[in-house]
Design a protein around this ligand. Structure first.
Ligand code: GDP
Ligand code: MG
Length: 598
């Protein structure tokens, strides 16, 4: 196809502003899918994506649109992942297209993810068409939102498309705007050596790994032997096609086109988002710029509730890892939780996605330990350690200093709740970087330690603002701080699963809270049980769980044999959910509840 008749674009929006509904309408109006095959949210494929309304993998769809100028255009929409955890993938898929539709809910206005996503689009040099959605709702205020887009984002918005993705109003204007206001692909040359970008890849049960590609130069064809320039892998292409949105094979993909290939690639892990695909022989010389593999930043332990499911868990984790290059794991043993895995994730959502899939697709009930970030430990002997698990913290006497990852958090919130948000950020060791107003909303930017955010920051933020705040973040780097490992001892035995890294100034508070909680969670025994929090050998908080009165149990264990056996059976059933620490039995739920903060 002539480049002049191709438009490649993405849709950027805050969650729930109508991105998926708009995509559905574009697909529907152009007759890309027969009416009877239309289902809501055509592009969101996994269960969890549909349920949470987020996109995890990039999806693409090719739409044919006969424009008013008499030409038929090919519109390629890439639906980019919609969450900060996948920021790198988002920025890559934005590089694969030339323009964006900026969808803003006209009843809500600009939100934190609107900003994060539109800035990524601006960085990728996109032409941007603002689209105000939900104008069918009486509460919509398009004029106010137009002002806000111009003030906050700094782009012209008076020529925004006014639409209702729900009723279909204004959709024809969006299609015309894509053709007239977004640019065609930058020059590409079909006669040059092949150069294509690996946009994303996913595992298909029938086809194996399917790779989404954007061709820059040259032509992709069945039978070609290709090479991934960064990973060095070589493969024979066995299918080339486009999504309409069902898969349809085509003979070739040329410059400016977006589609998929399959090439007997065994695992998603062998493909890297942002890699450059060329031919093995007479390939292009220079790879596309800006490649960087995603590195996990949040770690936690995953253990089976039923320890006999450990091998099933290993199987599940290995399978998931094959199809997710940014998910890492290694075996871990814990006195409290038995055998499990220490797993690395791009962020909390990524963690939840994996956890959810293990539980749902593999039917394994999990215990997840508190998420922890990766600390950089500089030892006095000059060596450096990346600490993924607080349990592995070396003896502090040999430690020179510890650095922790920090983020830049952007929060948008109605004025009324600003005070609560500032207090929350301050409590979490935040440093205020910016405070500005956009209409009746405040925008605050904080430099925060990631470890204070992975815990329950998002839940707290939602609760103090009654759900009105929106939040987004990006990593900004590592900084030294006064960090220590806090241990929890139950009846003088350290409980490894409850060890955590904390800031020295917050240790007493966290320690006290933890001990108080455990006191309620651990059942009473025949003896007194001290519960302590300690740093090094020094106890910083303490509670005592009093003993059960003797006569109560004496009565239980006396009496007739059937009753005694029943009691023993019941104990046995409960046993697998209990963990033994020296003489103390702790129910499994106690760990989970203790690790939640409130
Ligand atoms: P996404 O998270 O940006 O993909 O948002 P969705 O497309 O899933 O839409 C979020 C919610 O808003 C859904 O319940 C949609 O039905 C609803 N919605 C989307 N567009 C409109 C619209 O134009 N008008 C109204 N009233 N509701 C809409
Ligand atoms: Mg959606």
């Amino acid at each position: 196809t002539d480049l002049a008749h191709i438009r490649n674009f993405s849709i950027v929006a805050h969650i729930d502003h109508g991105k998926s509904t708009l995509a559905d309408r574009l697909i529907q109006l152009t007759g890309t899918v027969a009416e009877r095959d239309m289902k809501a949210q055509m592009l969101d494929s996994m269960d969890i994506e549909r349920e949470r309304g987020i996109t995890i993998k990039a999806n693409t769809v090719r739409i044919e649109y006969p424009a008013k100028d008499g030409h038929t255009y090919i519109l390629n929409l890439i639906d980019t992942p919609g969450h900060v955890d996948f920021g790198y993938e988002v920025s890559r898929s934005m590089q694969a297209v030339e323009g964006s539709l900026l969808v803003v809910d006209a009843t809500q206005g600009v939100e934190a993810q609107t900003l994060a996503n539109v800035y990524t689009a601006i960085e990728a040099d996109h032409e941007i068409v603002p689209v105000l959605n939900k104008i069918d709702l009486p509460a919509s205020e398009p004029e106010r939102v137009i002002e806000q887009i111009e003030d906050v984002i700094g782009i012209e918005a008076h020529d925004a498309c006014m639409i209702s993705a729900k009723t279909g109003q204004g959709i024809p204007d969006v299609l015309e705007a894509i053709v007239t206001r977004l640019p065609p692909p930058k020059e590409g040359d079909a006669t040059k050596p092949l150069k294509a970008m690996l946009v994303d890849s996913k595992y298909d049960a029938y086809l194996g790994v399917v790779v989404i590609v954007r061709v820059i130069d040259g032509v992709l064809k069945k039978g070609q032997r290709i090479k991934m320039m960064r990973t060095g892998g070589t493969y024979d292409i066995d299918r080339v096609g486009v999504y309409v949105p069902a898969m349809r094979e085509v003979t070739e993909l040329g410059p400016g086109e977006i589609g998929y290939i399959t090439a007997q690639i065994k695992q998603v892990r062998d493909t890297r988002v942002g890699d450059t695909i060329t031919t093995e022989k007479k390939g292009c010389e220079v790879a596309l710029p800006g490649f960087k593999p995603s590195i996990p930043v949040v770690f936690c332990g995953l253990f089976p509730v039923d320890s006999s499911q450990f091998e099933d868990l290993r199987d599940a984790i290995e399978k998931l890892a094959l199809n997710d290059a940014s998910f890492t794991f290694e075996m871990e043993t814990s006195a409290a939780l038995g055998f499990g895995f220490r797993c690395g994730f791009l962020g909390l959502l990524h963690l939840e996605v994996i956890q959810d899939r293990v539980e749902r697709e593999y039917d394994i009930e999990l215990i997840t330990t508190a998420p922890s970030v990766v600390y950089h430990i500089h030892m006095k002997d000059g060596t450096d350690i990346d600490l993924h698990n607080p349990a592995d913290m070396p003896d502090p006497t040999y430690v020179e200093h510890i650095q922790e990852p920090r983020i830049k958090a952007t929060i948008l919130v109605p004025d009324d709740y600003l005070g609560d948000v500032l207090k929350l950020c301050q409590d979490r060791r935040g440093i205020q970087m910016e405070l500005t107003y956009a209409g009746s909303r405040a925008m605050v930017v904080y430099d925060l330690p990631l470890n204070e955010v992975v815990f329950d920051f998002y839940d707290r933020l939602k609760s103090v603002t009654k759900g009105y705040a929106s939040f987004d973040y990006q990593m900004i780097g590592y900084r030294e701080d006064n960090l220590v490992k806090m241990q929890v001892l139950v009846n003088d035995e350290p409980v490894d699963a409850l060890s955590m890294m904390v800031h020295r100034d917050r240790a007493e508070m966290r320690g006290r809270a933890m001990c108080e909680k455990l006191k309620d969670l651990i059942p009473r025994h025949m003896f007194k049980i001290p519960i302590q929090a300690a740093i090094g050998g020094k106890v910083i908080a303490r509670e005592t769980l009093s003993a059960l009165r003797k006569d109560v149990t004496a009565k239980c264990y006396g009496g007739d044999a059937t009753r005694k056996r029943k009691l023993l059976d019941k104990q046995k059933a409960g046993k697998k959910k209990m963990r033994q620490f020296g003489k103390v039995e702790i129910p499994q739920e106690a760990f989970i509840s203790a690790l939640k903060m409130d």
